[in-house]
Design a protein around this ligand. Structure first.
Ligand code: SF4
Length: 355
């Protein structure tokens, strides 16, 4: 087994070749048909790769089609106002991805062509080593190995690497393994096959080794260590935060505030209780939880009537809300209050109706 701090792993050429052959044969049979796999258009592949960062395939699918319908190429994305791009992204989370996509589209549009080499792709805003390698290999057939969380897991098991998967040294070692294994004749397909194996067979808790095309080549499987790897240092417990959001409505208009800085810059939010001192709390809608990286929010939502409205807030007609980039917490709070109002109405109706 490879230990933390061990030098690079070397894989014998015959083993590499066998692994490529089995993996690609399996992929041609077992792959899921996904819209970004039916194209070599670098723009479409790039949009998919950005959306798929930290987001599940099932969550991305409806956004992907809608986004491409609205922004079918870099020029249309570059020409759109940022607010419209954020509105199309609202609900997918990690909004810096949408801002970077928009900024990068402007660069591509002004350059007049999509970058077609690794260095130029990597220079785009929001494009890291992973995305540059994915677009370079899938769209342009360039020999760059893609290493995401799924691939790291597969490689740690294949080579029985017991290093902490979160440590830079382990990642560098596995990146080198990925580059050795890469099929240079079909780099895009090979990368997608390894990612697919991690997403559908070599699962985090229960790897389906009996159905795995690499079972006979897998060192962790040979040693019976497949469920123990990869090793990961436990993160600390998330920070718990409790807040109260206020739903304030007058004549069909909702009081909102636009964020101008930070992760949610450009998004509209409901006021928090502390921002409107003296507001009268009218009725509770309910509460919900919202987790972001290491923070676990418990959000109480209350219909309220403010004593006064400080600068920085705006009254937005309800009808405009679907076209605005609303923060996820605001969307969840509005849905909660709508649900509570509906429940009150049904209760009233059932009380009034004769038995
Ligand atoms: S044999 Fe099991 S542990 Fe090894 S790569 Fe396949 S699914 Fe993963």
């Amino acid at each position: 087994m490879v230990r933390k701090g061990s030098p690079e792993i070397s894989i014998a050429p015959a083993r590499r070749e066998a692994l490529r052959r089995r993996l690609l044969a399996w992929y041609s049979q077992a792959r899921r048909e996904l819209p970004w796999r039916a194209t070599r258009d670098p723009y479409r592949i790039w949009v998919a790769e950005i959306m798929l960062q930290q987001t599940r395939v099932a969550a991305v699918l409806p956004y992907y089609e809608r986004f491409l319908e609205r922004f079918p190429d870099p020029a249309s994305l570059a020409a759109a106002p940022l607010e419209e791009v954020l509105a199309a992204w609202a609900g997918l989370g990690y909004y810096s991805r949408a801002r970077n996509l928009h900024q990068a589209a402007r660069r591509i549009a002004s350059a007049g062509a999509f970058p077609s080499d690794y260095a130029s792709l990597r220079a785009l805003p929001g494009v890291g080593a992973y995305t540059a390698a994915a677009v370079a290999s899938i769209a342009f057939g360039l020999p760059y190995a893609v290493v995401d969380g799924n691939v790291l897991r597969v490689l740690a098991r294949l080579s029985a690497d017991s290093g902490d998967i979160g440590a830079a040294t382990t990642r560098r070692r596995l990146q080198a393994v990925a580059q050795q294994l890469l099929d240079r004749r079909r780099p895009g397909e090979f990368n997608q096959a390894l990612m697919e194996l991690g997403a559908t067979v070599c699962l985090p808790r229960r790897p389906a080794c009996a159905a795995c095309p690499l079972e006979r080549l897998c060192e962790a499987r040979r040693r019976g260590h497949e469920t123990e790897l990869p090793r990961k240092r436990r993160p600390g417990a998330p920070t718990r935060i409790t807040k109260t959001l206020l739903l304030i409505e007058r004549g069909g208009r909702i009081l909102l505030r636009k964020r101008h800085a930070g992760r949610l810059a450009g998004f509209w939010e409901l006021p928090e209780a502390g921002e409107l001192p003296g507001a009268r709390l009218v009725r509770q809608c309910g509460e919900f939880r919202h987790a972001i990286t290491s923070h676990d929010y418990r959000l109480r939502v209350v219909e309220a009537d403010p004593a006064q409205v400080p600068d920085g807030f705006r009254w937005i007609p309800r009808a405009r809300l679907p076209t605005l980039p609303l923060a996820t917490t605001a969307r969840k709070a509005l849905a909660l209050c709508a649900h509570a109002a509906q429940a009150r109405t049904s209760e009233k109706v059932s009380r009034q109706s004769p038995c």
